[in-house]
Design a protein around this ligand. Structure first.
Ligand code: HEC
Length: 300
C-alpha cells in the first residue's frame, strides 16, 4: 500500500489548480493559495519543489507567475508524487551498532539456507554452481534412465519412501532455518535477564561471575533458564559436566566453535565466571569432580 504524505496530497490539489484555466493569466503563489484554499506557506513550499523537479516554470515581472512546464496530458500523477515525496534513499548515516539483521531468505528457500549453514563453508560455492545443473540434468535424464516399468505409486514402495524422506528433509531444514540454532542470538545478553534462582545464595565472587557471563555476551550462544543462544550448550547444568579446571580451559582456549576468551578476560574475571559456573548444577545432582583426586564422601 502506498501512503501519501499530507504535503503530497496538497501538491496534487495545487497542480490541479494550476492545470485548470491554462489560457488564463499566470498566477502568483498568493493567487494560487486563494484559489486552492491552502495556506500560503504550504503553497510556497510546494511551488519550490515542483519548480525544482521541472514540472512548473515561473516567470518574473508584473505578469509573472507559475505555469505548467509541459502540456497537462504529459504530466502523470506519478511525476507529481515523485516530485514531492522525493527519491527514496538511504536516510542518515549508517549506524554500526545496529546488529539486528535478518540474513534469511523467503520461507521457500529456508531449507537451502539451512543446508549451506550446516555444510562446511568450502562446499558452498561449489554446490551453488554445480548443484542446480546436476539436479536439473538428472530430472531431464530420468525418462532415459528408467522410462519403463510401474507408474502407480502403490506398486513402487521404494519411490514412496524416497518422496517421504525428501519431504521430511526439506521440512526439517525449513524448520531449522526459521530459528537458526547455529548462529548466535545477538541481543540475548541484554534482552534476557539471568534467572533469579541462579543468583540466590551466591557469594559476591559468584555474583560477579554471573554479571560477567551477561556482560561478556556469553548468552548470545549459551542459554540460562531456557533463554539465550542455542549455539553452545545451555549453562544451567555445566557444573555437572565440567570441573572448575575444565571450565577454565574452555573459557580461555575456546574450541568446538566457541571463541577463545584468553585475551579478552583478566584472570580475575575468569575466576569469577568459573566460580559462578561451578555452582550451576541442579539440586540433588552433585558437581563434576576431578577423578584424579580421592573421592570425598557425600556427607562432607
Ligand atoms: C560464539 C558463541 C559462543 C560464545 C560467545 C561463548 N561460547 Fe561457550 N561454547 C560455545 C560452544 C559452541 C560450545 C561447545 C564447545 C564444544 O562442543 O566443544 C561452548 C562451550 C562452553 C562451555 C562448556 C559447556 C558444557 O557444558 O560442556 C562453557 C563452560 C562455556 N562455553 C562458557 C562460555 C563463557 C563463560 C562464555 C563467555 C565468556 C562463552 N562460553 C561464550 C559457544 C560460545
Amino acid at each position: 500500500m502506498v501512503r501519501l504524505g499530507k504535503l503530497t496530497d496538497y501538491g496534487l490539489v495545487l497542480m490541479t489548480c494550476i492545470a485548470r484555466d491554462q489560457g488564463a493569466p499566470r498566477r502568483t503563489a498568493r493567487d494560487l493559495a486563494r484559489e486552492s484554499k491552502l495556506p500560503l506557506s504550504t503553497v510556497s513550499k510546494l511551488l519550490k519543489e515542483l519548480l525544482q523537479s521541472g514540472l512548473l516554470v515561473s516567470h518574473r515581472g508584473i505578469k509573472g507567475g507559475y505555469i505548467l512546464a509541459r502540456d497537462p496530458h504529459q504530466i502523470s500523477v506519478i511525476d507529481m508524487i515523485a516530485a514531492i515525496e522525493g527519491p527514496i534513499g538511504p536516510n542518515g548515516q549508517p549506524d554500526p551498532t545496529i546488529i539486528q539483521t535478518v540474513p534469511r531468505p523467503d520461507f521457500f528457500f529456508l531449507w537451502l539456507f539451512s543446508i549451506f549453514a550446516l555444510l562446511p563453508p568450502w562446499t558452498e560455492t561449489f554446490l551453488m554452481l554445480t548443484g542446480p545443473v546436476a539436479v536439473i540434468g538428472l530430472l531431464f535424464a530420468v525418462p532415459f534412465i528408467s522410462g519403463t516399468g510401474e507408474k502407480s505409486w502403490e506398486r513402487r514402495p521404494m519411490s514412496v519412501v524416497i518422496v517421504i524422506l525428501a519431504v521430511t528433509l526439506v521440512g526439517t531444514l525449513t524448520w531449522l532455518g526459521t530459528f537458526s540454532p547455529w548462529s548466535p542470538v545477538m541481543d540475548a545478553w541484554s534482552a534476557a535477564p539471568t534467572p533469579a534462582d541462579d543468583l540466590k545464595g551466591r557469594t559476591p565472587l559468584e555474583l560477579q561471575g554471573a554479571l560477567l557471563v551477561q556482560s561478556k555476551q556469553c548468552r548470545n550462544c549459551h542459554s540460562l533458564g531456557g533463554e539465550g543462544g542455542l549455539r553452545g550448550p545451555a549453562l544451567d547444568d555445566t557444573a555437572t559436566r565440567l570441573t572448575p579446571d575444565q571450565i577454565v580451559r574452555q573459557i580461555i582456549q575456546g574450541g568446538g566453535n566457541m571463541p577463545a576468551y584468553g585475551k579478552n578476560l583478566s584472570p580475575a574475571e575468569v575466576n569469577a565466571i568459573v566460580a559462578f559456573l561451578s555452582t550451576m548444577h541442579p539440586h540433588g545432582q552433585p558437581p563434576a569432580r576431578d577423578s584424579a583426586q580421592p573421592a570425598v564422601p557425600a556427607s562432607q
